[in-house]
Structure formats: structure tokens, C-alpha cells
Design a protein around this ligand. Structure first.
Ligand code: GLC
Length: 536
């Protein structure tokens, strides 16, 4: 059933991603937990004012990939709590007006999952075909596919003398989605969490589970082959023609959509589609809007941080979203280098304004509202399996504990508790408590922006059109709803700029919370200032 109404909750929401291991540690074991998240719901719903949470995995896991290797989909890992706490978290969040979506990791399980243990036990196991087992080629893997985390995506099982496929770690065997029993078992997992009350899913690696049935070798990439935006090590040595996004993947998404649409309430699926060819990316909506509600939109992260590049990316995405579809935007997550570190100095405020005023649902990553930066994590403190051998691949630096206060462990856990990843030294300045008390802080900028978005339908669901006054270093765009017209102007220059936007009231400035001028036509912006004008 296509739902295209603008009232839909997730079109109007600001999302906030929580990486539970790093958010708040309630019991002092050094890892964040669900009870910790519960204790911060007032911050999220109240002080910050977001509408929805995305929780990264908290399910039972050997923690080889920090929860993205699941050994029991319907239980909570003891590091993070138990099922009752998960239920309480969902209920408490709802009672404060927050929706909750959870990670749904469908491409693979942990190698410790009972399904895989059974599958691995013998070639004749009834679950053998639940995973992808193959004979090798003359003692070598069945083909040349490499794992996203480097190295072959096949590992050999000595006992049963076959290879199994893993798109990620060898501890994360790929499920065989061509087996109908797997499909049903995984849909039951989705129903379990929907029955508990979650409002939807962030579908992990949602383009990965269907690959070429003939399992052909990927061609090697020529040296000048374009890379999306980040260096992926050995994975970049190939053109990935055959090892993701086989057309059959769309049938799985249609069936998943039927599962979520069977619920009375409006359930959201937002899928991690790491595809940068826009028409292919957009195909995940489905021709009749019968697949994902939204493919996750990472395109902003591929843009260079300048007006022509950002404008081109934003327009290209918006023009490629099928009419009647809805997109989302993000500038950070647990797999990327922290936003504040990627940006040129002094551009954080422009980034926040852009993210919260383009047409589409914004997803914020925990800590970005404080300006948290990437932390250089020493090798002996490293946790991420990706990057153990190539440190620049490591994602640890973007997953360090949230800064709540200027207490010794940044208020992440009880006094004296250690933390699973190191805390950035700048937590003394960049923390919730301190920033709440400083009108000019990054946190207060985010709070003001979220409130502005909430107050103005034009900023949430209005149309988007780049303004003709845009130039090489000033980006202006108009947002227009039935009742309002607003213009957003971002000055990327290191000096003042004045541009013509028409008459209106200036209702927001990144530079000065007090600024409120009447605009007669031309608006003057300070260096790196962004403003919002309401046309009355
Ligand atoms: C997704 C997750 C990432 C994880 C991988 C394997 O890309 O975002 O964190 O390592 O899937 O599950």
C-alpha cells in the first residue's frame, strides 16, 4: 500500500541515531546499555527535541562486529540489558512522544547463531542451505569476491570441507535468502520486534543479500576507476558487478514491505543502500512504492564541501526520488569519520542548517549535536575489526562515548567507571551540560534548528527549489508549503556577502541567536553565516 500523505510521522520527524554501546553506561561495566538510553530520553525528547530514535544493534552477539554479528535476534545482549529493558525503553520513549526504529540485520548472522552452528554441523544438516556453502575451485575459494572488510568473502570449513560466503567478517556468514525458510524465519524476527512496538527498521546492508546466482568473478577495477567517496582498501580493487544488488533483491523488499504493511500503524523501513548510481539507488522504492519506504541517502557524504558540489548532489538526489517518494539526509553515522572532523574549520553551523532545512527527513548521529570530533584511537585500544590491519579504515574514532558532562568519564558512566573506547580530551568543553549553559554552543544551535523545523511546515514538507541568487560560494534555496514560503541562505565564503532574496523576516541566524531583521530585499550575511527568511 503506497502511503504518500505528508502527515506521515517519519516525513515530519528528526531522527537521532544511538549507538547503544557508546551512549550511556548505567551499570559501570564500561559499555553503554539500554537502561542508560532510558535515562537520557528526557534529553532527547525534551532538551534536544528530536522525534525518533534509531537504535543500532543491542541483540545477543559475540561482539565481533559490535552487535552487527547477531547470535540471537530476539534477545538482548547482557552487555546492554535484557528484553524487559528493551520493552521498557520502547514504552518510555513512546510515552515521551519519541518513535523508535531498530536495526534489522538481514544479510548475515553471527557464526555463533544456532542456525549457523546447525548449518555448519554437516553437509546433510537440515539447515545446510540456510547459508551459502560451495565447493572451491582447485582448493581455492569459489570465486574472486572480496569481503567489504577486505580478504576473500569465502572461508573454508575444515570439518565439512566446503566454503561459506561472508560479505563482511568470517564471523558473519551470509544467510541464503534464496531459501524460503530463511525468508520466513527472518520475517518472523521482524514481526517479533513489531509486536513489541517498534515503529520500524533501519535495514542493514539492504542491497547485499541477493548476488549473482551464477557467482561470476568480479572484473578488476582499472586504476582510474571512480570510487564513491571513501577508500575501502582491497574492496576497491574490483568492479562490484556481481556481488550485490542482483535484481532479485527487489522481490525480497516487496515481501518485507508486505510484512510491515500488515501492521495497522505506519511502520518505517529505511534501508542501508550503499549505491551511488542514483537510478539504481532509487529503484529500492519500488515502482509502486512497494519496497523500502526510503533507501538511506548517503549522497551528501559524497559531495565536496563547497556550494557547486553540494547543490549538484542535492538537486540530483531530489530529482531522482520518484514523484510521490520521500528521501532523507545524513551527514554521519557509526561507519563514517565524524562530521566535525570531515568539515573545513568553522563550517559546522552551516552543515547543521543545511541538514535540517533541505527537503527530506534528517538523521543526526549521536554527539554531532555537540560537535564531537573523530578520536585517534591507539592500536592497543582498538575495537573495530575493520582496520585492525589498516588503521585508517577503523571506525572506532566515530564511536567514542557520548559526552554528557565535564566529569572525569564525561558522565558516560558512574563515577570511577572506565569506558570501552577512549574519551576525547575535548569533552571538558564539548559536553551536554556545559553546552546547554552556553547560548552560543553547537548544541543550542541544533536545539534552535530542530525547534524552527518543528514550527514551520515549509521546512519539513515544503517544496525545494534552488534560488537564482545562489553563486559560487552562496547557496540559497526556497522551501514552500501551502501556507508558508521560506528561503534558506548559506554563505560559505570567509567574508561578507549580500544577496537578493525578496522581502521577509529573518527568523534564524547561525551566527547570532538574537538576530531578527526585517529584510527589504537584500540580506547581508557574515562569513560562514547561514540564515532563514520567512516571506510574509
Ligand atoms: C553495515 C553497518 C556496519 C556493519 C556492517 C555489517 O554496513 O552499518 O556497521 O559493520 O553492516 O553488518
Amino acid at each position: 500500500m503506497a502511503r504518500t500523505s505528508h502527515d506521515t510521522w517519519w516525513k515530519n520527524a528528526v531522527f537521532y541515531q544511538i549507538y547503544p554501546l557508546s551512549f550511556c553506561d548505567s551499570d559501570g561495566d564500561s559499555y553503554g546499555d539500554l537502561r542508560g538510553v532510558i535515562s537520557k530520553l528526557d534529553y532527547l525528547a525534551g532538551a534536544l527535541g528530536v522525534d525518533a530514535l534509531w537504535l543500532s544493534p543491542f541483540y545477543q552477539s559475540p561482539m565481533k562486529d559490535w552487535g552487527y554479528d547477531i547470535s540471537d535476534h530476539t534477545d538482548v545482549d547482557p552487555l546492554m540489558g535484557d528484553l524487559d529493558t528493551a520493552r521498557e525503553l520502547i514504552e518510555e520513549a513512546h510515552s515521551k512522544g519519541l518513535r523508535v526504529i531498530v536495526d534489522y540485520v538481514i544479510n548475515h548472522t553471527s557464526d555463533q547463531h544456532p542456525w549457523f552452528l546447525e548449518s555448519r554441523s554437516s553437509r546433510t544438516s537440515p539447515k545446510r542451505d540456510w547459508y551459502v556453502w560451495r565447493d572451491g575451485r582447485d582448493g581455492n575459494p569459489p570465486n574472486n569476491w572480496v569481503s567489504v572488510f577486505s580478504g576473500p568473502s569465502w572461508s573454508y570449513d575444515q570439518e565439512s570441507r566446503q566454503w561459506y560466503r561472508h560479505t563482511y567478517l568470517r564471523d558473519q556468514p551470509d544467510l541464503n535468502w534464496r531459501n524460503p525458510e530463511v525468508v520466513e524465519a527472518m520475517f518472523d524476527v521482524a514481526r517479533f520486534w513489531l509486536d513489541m512496538g517498534v515503529d520500524g527498521f533501519r535495514v542493514d546492508a539492504a542491497h547485499q543479500m541477493m548476488k549473482d546466482p551464477q557467482e561470476r568473478d568480479n572484473p578488476p577495477a582499472p586504476p582510474d576507476y571512480p570510487r564513491p567517496y571513501k577508500n575501502m582498501g582491497e574492496y576497491d580493487d574490483f568492479i562490484h558487478l556481481y556481488d550485490f544488488s542482483h535484481p532479485d533483491v527487489h522481490e525480497i523488499h516487496r515481501r518485507l514491505r508486505a510484512v510491515t504493511d500488515a501492521y495497522e500503524r505506519d511502520v518505517l523501513t529505511v534501508g542501508e543502500i550503499h549505491i551511488f548510481d542514483l537510478p539504481e539507488w532509487a529503484s529500492y522504492y519500488g515502482e509502486d512504492f512497494d519496497q523500502l519506504n526510503m533507501p538511506f541517502n548517503f549522497h551528501l557524504m559524497t559531495a565536496e564541501w563547497n556550494v557547486p558540489s553540494l547543490r549538484a548532489v542535492i538537486e540530483a538526489v531530489l530529482w531522482n526520488v520518484p514523484v510521490g517518494g520521500w528521501t532523507n539526509w545524513t551527514l554521519g553515522n557509526h561507519d563514517e569519520v565524524r562530521l566535525a572532523t570531515r568539515l573545513p574549520d568553522g563550517h559546522e553551523r552551516l552543515a547543521a542548517l543545511l541538514l535540517l532545512t533541505i527537503r527530506g527527513t534528517p538523521f543526526l548521529y549521536y554527539g554531532d549535536e555537540l560537535g564531537m570530533r573523530q578520536v585517534a584511537v591507539d592500536r592497543d585500544q582498538a575495537r573495530d575489526p575493520w582496520g585492525h590491519n589498516v588503521s585508517w579504515l577503523s571506525r572506532d574514532g566515530a564511536r567514542t562515548p557520548m559526552h554528557w558532562s565535564d566529569e572525569p568519564n564525561a558522565g558516560f558512566g558512574p563515577a570511577g567507571a572506565t569506558t570501552w573506547l577512549p574519551i576525547a580530551p575535548d569533552y571538558i568543553k564539548l559536553n551536554v551540560e556545559t553546552e546547554l549553559g552556553n547560548a552560543d554552543s553547537t548544541l543550542n544551535l541544533y536545539r534552535r534548528l530542530i525547534a524552527l523545523r518543528k514550527a514551520h511546515p515549509a521546512l519539513r514538507v515544503g517544496s525545494f527549489l534552488s534560488h537564482p541568487s545562489s553563486s559560487g560560494d552562496v547557496f540559497a534555496y526556497r522551501r514552500e508549503s501551502d501556507s508558508e514560503t521560506m528561503t534558506v541562505v548559506l554563505n560559505f565564503a570567509e567574508e561578507e556577502r549580500t544577496i537578493d532574496v525578496g522581502r521577509g523576516e529573518l527568523v534564524f541566524s547561525t551566527a547570532d541567536p538574537e538576530r531578527q531583521d526585517r529584510i527589504g530585499g537584500a540580506v547581508a550575511l557574515g562569513p560562514r553565516e547561514g540564515v532563514v527568511i520567512e516571506h510574509v
